[in-house]
Design a protein around this ligand. Structure first.
Ligand code: PRT
Ligand code: ZN
Length: 285
């Protein structure tokens, strides 16, 4: 049977999480390190291990049908591909940074300056959009040292925690884009591959939804039930079951990770007791 080919970074920041996500989608991989290809035993999927920079082009050319790459890499490649899903890992941003001592007053600062980066295309289009003429110096790797060694006046690079900037005496002054890993799809897939890609996407969404939600159980005094239910609407509405002890009910629901601590606080204020929080394995939305 025909297999869907998915391109995954061979080794780097995306590799482990990309493979973990595929495994959590219930797909078994016969994997060994250093391989170029793995084949799934229980799903029509073949994994191609590539450098992340090559992934958008390979997907566009149909060498791979789908792929996982950073949004930054897709933007830099200039390849136009549809993003099937934002995957929520490898989050970072691309920013302009200058030496800490610079009295930065705005984008005009960059006019006529030398900016070092490994992302010249994204930077050029940002500067063009803002009508700033600057000199772009392309360097691959260790961009953060470019100002210190006198190669540039500023840098444009990936920032995550910001600690690399701080330890090189730099400060972030303009965020140009946010990035995270994205699932890309080739426009050239036939009907069968589209169907497999659809099933893979369905499973990945179930994994992502599960990771973002928790199952919650609690005991509520009946006279506070309405208030407590108001705090946790759940997927449709919460399950409410009477407890053996008169005047109390058990409430079951699903709470989004983002609202979690706020919801717990409101539940306690409203007299909820014995709150249990359980991870969700898969969530079909
Ligand atoms: O060999 P290959 O070409 O496949 O890998 P690579 O070396 O090009 O990429 P890799 O594995 O380093 O990163 C892959 C992707 O991870 C990037 O394209 C981003 O989408 C994403 N990502 C997320 C990051 C970071 N976070 C990150 N912090 N990529 C790089 N960094 C580096 C950054 O370059 C800077 O030097 O970490 C430093 C900044 O981190 P903080 O935490 O100090 O701010
Ligand atoms: Zn790369």
């Amino acid at each position: 049977m025909e297999k869907l080919k998915i391109a995954v970074q061979k080794s780097g920041r995306l590799s482990e999480k990309s493979l973990a996500m595929i495994r959590e989608a219930g797909i078994h991989l016969t994997n060994g390190s250093g391989k170029l290809i793995s084949i799934a035993s229980n799903f029509p999927l073949e994994i191609l291990y590539l450098r992340d920079d090559d992934i958008p082009q390979y997907v566009a050319d149909g060498v791979a049908d789908t792929g996982i790459a950073g949004k930054n890499v897709l933007a830099e490649s200039g390849v136009s591909l549809s993003v099937l899903e934002h995957l929520g890992f490898a989050r970072c941003r691309l920013s302009l940074a200058v030496e800490k001592s610079v009295d930065y007053t705005g984008l005009q600062y960059f006019a006529g300056k030398r900016i070092a980066t490994s992302y010249p295309n994204i930077l050029r289009s940002f500067l063009d959009r803002n009508s700033i003429k600057a000199e772009i110096h392309v360097i691959n790797g260790s961009v953060e040292i470019a100002t210190g060694i006198g190669l540039a006046d500023a840098i444009f690079d990936i920032v995550s925690s910001g600690s690399t900037l701080i330890s090189n005496g730099l400060k972030e002054v303009e965020k140009v884009m946010d990035s995270e890993a994205v699932l890309l799809a080739s426009p050239a897939m036939d009907e069968n591959k589209n169907r497999i890609a659809g099933e893979l996407l369905f499973r990945i969404r179930a994994v992502l939804a599960a990771a973002n939600n928790k199952y919650i159980l609690l005991n509520a005094p009946d006279d506070k039930l309405d208030k407590i239910i108001g705090v946790i609407p759940g997927m449709k509405s919460p399950t409410v079951l009477p407890l053996a002890m008169k005047g109390w009910s058990s409430v079951h629901s699903v709470v989004n990770e983002n609202d979690f601590w706020q919801v717990i606080g409101q539940l306690r204020e409203n007299g909820a007791q014995g709150i249990l929080v359980i991870p969700i394995e898969k969530m079909i939305v």
